[in-house]
Design a protein around this ligand. Structure first.
Ligand code: NAP
Length: 484
């Protein structure tokens, strides 16, 4: 399909109880292409009543859905995995149009996102309880698992497919119904995914999708509704904090996948070329708009010159442009606010004495482009070192000792991911044990994997997505004591 046909093939309504419909007051939200600023289409803008109707539908479907055979739920996920893979080019194009990353990157996300469905199709039939004898022999202890129940899922714009499948996959496998709210900037991928899940036989009401610009107003009553049992959120730490407060009222099960400030550490015994390769991936994947993006580079002083030069050369060779064009490596940022925010961080570093080795400013012309940027000699109090950058900017500082760099790496409220490059096994063990992060990449610039537990500590949140742990987030443990 060409881009215009593709966009017009996506349903633009709210999916509630198996019916696609307009919002109750007819309002719509415009969806933009960030590489041009042009409007692609408009989707329904849900009202408070629509949000309530979506929860009503999820609640109504919960009992029957929980009673379906695990194999049947797994087969729906498996069919969806196959269909997404068969339509990979269309999903990638849609994602590039609304989010901006290159088609190659979007295809990578389609593969990654679809894999969550394959993984949880397999996990659906591996939910186990336990049987044991109490220590005094007087009773039998049986534990069983039950779905948590209706779940609200709120997802961000940076990975429009994978941040959805990482939640929807385990919820389907566990037998939970759901209301999904994708980010305002990128609703189309989620709407296309919902349509595909319907085609795969997902019963009405199991997955309800609402798009809204009145986000807080529509989400809060759902979160405070006693019928909701779980909230799972991927997004920024400030919004996550607010949602945890709201969820306290009903004591919801909560999973929070929040922001990061990943240190990328290159020790003196590292292979520099491998570190540069890892740095390109950790920094530039998704235009730097990833919670896992390397945010602060700490390079041992003995390698600073070589690493800085090789890395800047690689960054300089990148081509900025529309994600749909051939030969483009780096797309636009999501919107003007994001681009201006990145420019402010670079200006702050400059004001504090850092040197801009490459780039450093928004690109001219339409769209929200920012040049690949390398900044050296960055003081530790520069905002670019302490705040999540979410753009193609790499600040590099040097260090002298392992102790010093560990102190620097851990001195953040965030704790999502860290990257370590070293060829010394003892150091690798010491450092990975000392780093206060939920995930650590060793000699590699990417950690995301559907078979691994993704998640953070401290202000990066709690709960895990993917791996064996992922489905547990959607299950309650029930214990039954039986007198023999
Ligand atoms: P965001 O502003 O927090 O938005 C995320 C989602 O929350 C969107 O759907 C947004 O809806 C919604 N939202 C905003 N305000 C809300 C409110 N008051 N009540 C309920 N929902 C609300 O984050 P973002 O800018 O889209 O995403 C970037 C952030 O996500 C970064 O901090 C990044 O690190 C984090 N992230 C974390 C992970 C992880 O796994 N740890 C993965 C990816 C991204 P609207 O679009 O309608 O505002």
């Amino acid at each position: 399909m060409n881009p215009a046909q593709l966009v017009s093939s996506v349903p633009t309504g709210l999916l509630i109880g198996g019916t696609w419909r307009d919002s109750s007051d007819g309002a719509t939200i415009k969806v933009e292409d960030p590489s041009t600023g042009e409007v692609l289409t408009a989707v329904a803008d849900a009202s408070v009543e629509d949000g309530k109707a979506a929860l009503d539908a999820a609640v109504a479907a919960q009992r029957d859905w929980a009673a379906t055979a695990p194999r049947d739920r797994g087969e729906i996920l498996r069919a969806a995995f196959e269909k997404i893979s068969a339509r990979a080019d269309d999903f990638a194009m849609l994602m590039t149009l609304e989010m901006g990353k290159t088609l190659a990157e979007s295809k990578g996300e389609v593969t990654y996102g679809a894999e969550f469905f394959r993984w949880f199709a397999e996990e659906a039939v591996r939910v186990h309880g336990r049987y044991s004898t109490s220590p005094n022999g007087a009773t039998r202890l049986v534990t069983m698992k039950a779905p948590v129940g209706p779940t609200l899922m709120i997802t961000p714009w940076n990975f429009p497919l994978a941040m959805g499948t990482r939640k929807i996959g385990p919820a389907i496998a566990a037998g939970c119904t759901m209301v999904v709210k994708p980010a305002g900037q990128t609703p189309l991928t989620m709407l296309a995914l919902a349509q595909l899940l319907e085609e795969c036989g997902l019963p009405p009401g199991v997955l309800n999708v609402i798009t809204t610009s009145r986000t807080g107003e529509v989400m809060e009553p759902i979160i405070r509704d006693p019928r909701l049992r779980k909230l799972t959120f991927t997004g920024s730490t400030p919004v996550g904090r607010k949602l945890v407060e709201q969820s306290a009222e009903q004591l919801l099960r909560v999973s929070m996948e929040l922001g990061g400030n990943a240190p990328f550490i290159v020790f003196e015994d590292a292979d520099v070329d491998r570190a540069v390769e890892g740095a390109m991936l950790a920094k530039m994947r998704n235009i730097g708009e990833a919670c896992t993006a390397a945010n602060r580079f700490y390079v041992h002083e003995s390698l600073m010159e070589e690493f800085g030069r090789k890395f800047a050369d690689r960054m300089k060779a990148l081509t900025l442009g529309r994600g749909t064009d051939e030969g483009v490596d780096v797309g636009p940022l999501i919107d003007a606010k994001a681009r201006d925010g990145v420019a402010e961080l670079v200006q702050d570093a400059r004001d504090k004495g850092a040197e801009i080795v490459l780039g450093g400013k928004p690109a001219e012309g339409r769209g929200y482009f920012f040049e690949p940027t390398v900044v050296t000699g960055v003081p530790k109090d520069a905002r670019v070192m302490t705040e999540e950058i979410f753009g193609p900017v790499a600040p590099i500082a040097s260090f002298a000792t392992e102790e010093e760099v560990l102190e620097l790496a851990n001195s953040t409220e965030y704790g999502l991911v860290a990257y370590v490059f070293t060829n010394d096994l003892s150091r690798m063990l010491r450092v990975t044990e000392a780093l206060e992060f939920g995930m650590i990449g060793v000699n590699q610039g990417i950690v995301s994997n559907p078979a691994a537990p993704f998640g953070g500590v401290k202000a990066s949140g709690f709960g895990r997505e993917g791996g064996f742990e992922g489905i547990e987030e959607y299950l309650e443990t029930k214990y039954v004591g039986i007198a023999p």
